[in-house]
Design a protein around this ligand. Structure first.
Ligand code: DSN
Length: 401
């Protein structure tokens, strides 16, 4: 058996991980869907639980030797139920995409209609986009921020990847009831806000709630499904396994349990409050510098800079900021005129920097740097200077010490 450590066994991969570690430490991570998982989460995720097959659910497995992975999965389920005050939880989805697929498989037949937020208005690929299985197996109809739709869907999805305000779940539920549709809330982006009472809860309105676990929830990469009714929970459980997945990733489930335990602690509520305060502070700074924001500000962890009236595209902004040590992603904005590869906006989030301990003072400074770079996106000197200042700031907020 090979007991060599990574540095000896595979120096090439070791080096790439080292380089990524330096990149994460020296830069400002502002992609709204990213965060820094705790050391404890990463230890669980990197543990020997990865060796175990456990198809099935706790106490009903298709393999022997599952007594300890059962304990881990039961802890994850119990903590998750407590976190969202939900009676039924599935912690096995490998990702948010698979969590959504299981809900579709539980409720839809081939070519039934899904109604989801339009991608260019901040929606998500898995909500019925024609290039995703949700739009290939089913008919993807879309609504926009101004919600007029003629579709007669079987399933309505409330959720987004780029929208800076709260969602009104009661209204969604009323519309779903009117057309006889089920309501799925995909809270991947704002799950941490819901867990801490900083965003209204999808319950009691949603029939199904899906999420990822690595964004504002700050856990390992993965997905979850919550339900309120036993028969719905049984149905989606069977759609995850054996429907679309085989063996659950027990190391990831152990890490989910750790993350849910962390999110149940009072300091997580303080953390999410600071994420929102930071997003609001950064929004105010950028508005005061003359930028436009989609919806004029934010209530959550992200903001969308609308560059459509400027010469600077989202693509150029993303590249120029990246060269200055600030990582964001280009994003379409409502009524987008440019292609999805170019776009007229950038999405900026505060979860990761808040985990690092940054606060309003740093957000104001970052707003000034973003302004400087976006006013001079081709100026190598400006970008080098901002990068040096960014690096100097990050030294005061160490990661994984
Ligand atoms: N890729 C995620 C995001 O950036 O929002 C959604 O899956």
């Amino acid at each position: 058996m090979n007991n060599q450590s990574l540095i000896e066994a595979d120096p090439e991969i070791f080096q790439t991980i080292q380089k990524e570690s330096v990149r994460q430490k020296n830069g400002l991570e502002m992609i709204a869907s990213e965060n820094y998982a705790s050391l404890a989460v990463m230890q669980a995720q990197g543990s020997i639980m990865t060796n175990k097959y456990a198809e099935g659910y706790p106490h009903k497995r298709y393999y022997g030797g599952c007594e300890f992975v059962d304990q881990a999965e039961i802890l994850a389920i119990d903590r998750l139920k407590k976190l969202f005050n939900a009676p039924f939880a599935n912690v096995q989805p490998h990702s948010g995409s698979q969590a959504n697929q299981a809900v579709f498989l539980a409720n839809l037949k081939l070519h039934d209609t899904i109604l989801g937020l339009d991608l260019s208005n901040g929606g998500h690929l898995t909500h019925g986009s024609p290039v995703n299985s949700s739009g290939i197996f089913y008919r993807g109809a879309t609504y926009k921020i101004d919600p007029e739709s003629e579709a007669k869907p079987k399933l309505i999805i409330a959720g987004y990847s780029a929208y800076p305000r709260f969602l009104d779940f009661e209204k969604f539920k009323n519309i779903a009831d009117d057309v006889g549709a089920e309501l799925l809330v995909d809270m991947a982006h704002f799950a941490g806000l819901v867990a801490t009472g900083h965003h209204p809860s999808p319950f009691p309105y949603a029939d199904y709630v899906t999420s990822t676990t690595h964004k504002t929830l700050r856990g390992p990469r993965g997905g979850i499904i919550l339900t309120q009714k036993e028969e719905k929970s049984k149905l989606v459980n069977s759609r995850i396994f054996p429907g679309i997945q085989g063996g659950p990733l027990m190391h990831v489930i152990a890490a989910k349990a750790v993350a849910f335990g962390e999110a149940l602690r009072p300091d997580f509520k303080t953390y999410i409050g600071n994420v929102i305060l930071n997003a609001k502070t950064l929004s105010e700074e950028l508005l005061s510098q003359g930028f436009e924001l989609v919806t004029g500000g934010t209530d959550n962890h992200l903001l969308l800079l609308d560059l459509s009236k400027t010469e600077v595209t989202g693509k150029l902004a993303e590249t120029a900021l990246d060269e200055s040590g600030i990582t964001v992603n280009k994003n379409t904005v409502p009524n987008e005129k440019r292609s999805p590869f170019v776009t007229s906006g950038i999405r900026i989030g505060t979860p990761a920097l808040t985990t690092r301990g940054m606060g309003p003072n740093e957000m104001r400074q970052i707003g000034k740097w973003i302004t400087k770079v976006l006013k001079n996106p081709e100026d190598l000197k400006v970008k080098a200077q901002v990068k040096a200042e960014v690096e100097s700031l990050t030294q005061s907020f160490p990661l994984y010490t």
